[in-house]
Design a binder for this molecule. Structure first.
Ligand SMILES: [Zn+2]
Length: 472
């Protein structure tokens, strides 16, 4: 049976260059190229403060031009300021198959300190089946896949029916100013029917076993607030505890720590728990069914809320992430500030979240300031035109793994594209252990096998959406 299925797949795929049927990883020369691109990117430290994304964008542009892309179609765009570099590369199609589609990733990384890691975060290292390095999983894996697959398609002589665009941005982890700038200033270069995000969705592994392939169609809205207490200060030998901003802020932080936003499920999160309940067993499966009841079972809610991953799907969350106070050890503080980062459910008005924070502050001498203004991110529709090719490709490369639409707690550049009317789907296709996600953390790493599988998946996906030859 399996053999037959492979043969049928083979017949459907006939005519596709460089493609070995039944294979789940890219051929070795293409793997080596992708690995080398990943290595090069990890070794360019693109932490925002260093301003190295122009260098990374140029390095990727060099690779594409060397592979035969016309220089005019490989644009390094420096902006919105000199510190930020972006790459927009266009693979020209015959124009018979509709408007372009985008594949995108980001070049920047969150900071990593050598002292916090067991290895150097900016030296590429392959060890025990993993690639280590800052950005290995978030999101230099995406840059490397897009660039390597463009080169492979070009070498194979593939002719898309519509243009394929790759978009590598320079500050996804901080302000998102690059994607916002590209949308507002270079819309002509990135106008597309829809976009595919390497930095969202993916595959869930449990003890090495693939359990689901996730497609991110909706994401939580990112917002950051600061709560600040101020005072005129003075000499520390003459304390005034009732005025001290540090003391006044402390109970606010405690209230914030104890607070939970109400549970609100939407279509995507309901679908997620519904399907997850069939994959899980025992108490966890019971709890998943429990939260789907109307009203949700409170014990089930309590259990799932204790697991950060599930909690993030149940409700809006806000968490204190930074604190700053005082200016000298022998002076009364003149200010104390806590930064609160929120991930707001698509249906929750951000104004309500701000009002909740103000209520938790409970002291009108504490000011609430919006540090990062929330940008709405409407869910992208999972139409048959999107899901059809995906279902085929997943069945072919990851047989029997269900596709699960998800709302992600992390916000990405995708929200700017969604906001600009370009539906965006997160399909990283990188399988990761559910309980070992190290993006933004120490010893970030990428499973080698998952990298090569995703490389192959994107190679096929870029063809599938720009060609009718996959359609039986
Ligand atoms: Zn990212």
């Amino acid at each position: 049976m399996r053999r037959l299925a492979l043969m049928i797949a083979g017949a459907l795929l006939a005519g596709f260059p460089g493609r070995a049927v039944g294979q789940t990883e890219a051929p070795s020369a293409d793997r080596a190229l992708a690995r080398d691109i990943l290595r090069e990117l990890i070794e360019i430290n693109t932490t925002d403060s260093l301003g190295n994304t122009p260098r990374a964008a140029r390095a990727m542009a060099r690779r594409l031009v060397a592979a035969g892309f016309p220089a005019a179609d490989v644009r390094v765009l420096i902006g919105p300021d000199a510190k930020h570099g972006n790459l927009v590369a266009r693979y020209r199609g015959t124009g018979t198959g509709g408007r372009p589609i985008i594949g995108f990733a980001h070049l920047d990384v969150v900071p990593a300190r050598r002292a916090d890691w067991s290895v150097d975060p900016f030296t590429f290292l392959e060890k025990d089946g993993y690639f280590y390095g800052r950005g290995s999983s978030d999101d230099k894996v995406g840059d490397a896949i897009l660039v390597a697959d463009f080169i492979r398609l070009k070498r194979a002589g593939f002719k898309p029916q519509r243009d394929l665009i790759i978009l590598l941005t320079g500050d996804e982890e901080t302000d998102g100013s690059c994607i916002a700038w590209l949308v507002s200033q270079h819309r002509d270069l990135i106008d597309a029917e829809f976009a595919l995000n390497t930095d969202a969705g993916g595959g869930v592994l449990r003890d090495g076993r693939r359990v689901m392939f996730t497609v991110q169609a909706s994401e939580k809205v990112y917002a950051t607030y600061a709560l600040e207490a101020t005072d005129k200060g003075g000499h520390s030998s003459l304390p005034r505890p009732a005025d001290n901003p540090v003391y006044r802020l402390a109970p606010v932080i405690e209230r914030l720590a104890a607070y939970q936003f109400p549970v609100k499920l939407n279509e995507v999160s309901r679908g997620f728990f519904d399907l997850s309940a069939t994959l899980e067993t025992g108490a966890l499966a019971e709890d998943m069914r429990g939260v789907l009841k109307d009203p949700p079972d409170s014990t089930a809610v309590a259990h799932l809320s204790a697991v950060p991953f599930y909690n993030s799907k149940l409700r809006t969350t806000c968490v204190a992430t930074m604190m700053a106070a005082g200016h000298a050890e022998n002076a009364l503080p003149q200010s104390a500030r806590v930064t609160v980062n929120c991930r707001i459910l698509p249906g929750d008005p951000p104004a309500d979240v701000a009002a909740t924070l103000r209520r938790l502050a409970g002291d009108d001498r504490i000011a609430l300031r919006t540090v990062y203004v929330p940008i709405p991110s409407p869910p992208s529709p999972l139409t048959p035109a999107i899901m059809g090719p995906l279902e085929r490709l997943v069945a072919e490369q990851f047989p029997n793994v269900p596709i699960v639409p998800v709302m992600e707690a992390g916000a990405t550049d995708g929200l700017f594209l969604r906001n600009a009317g370009i539906p965006t789907y997160g399909v990283s296709a990188v399988f990761e252990e559910q309980n070992d996600v190290r993006a933004h953390g120490r010893d970030e790493r990428l499973r080698v096998q998952s990298f090569y599988e995703a490389l192959e998946f994107w190679y096929r996906m870029m063809q599938a959406y720009t060609s009718d030859r996959l359609t039986p």
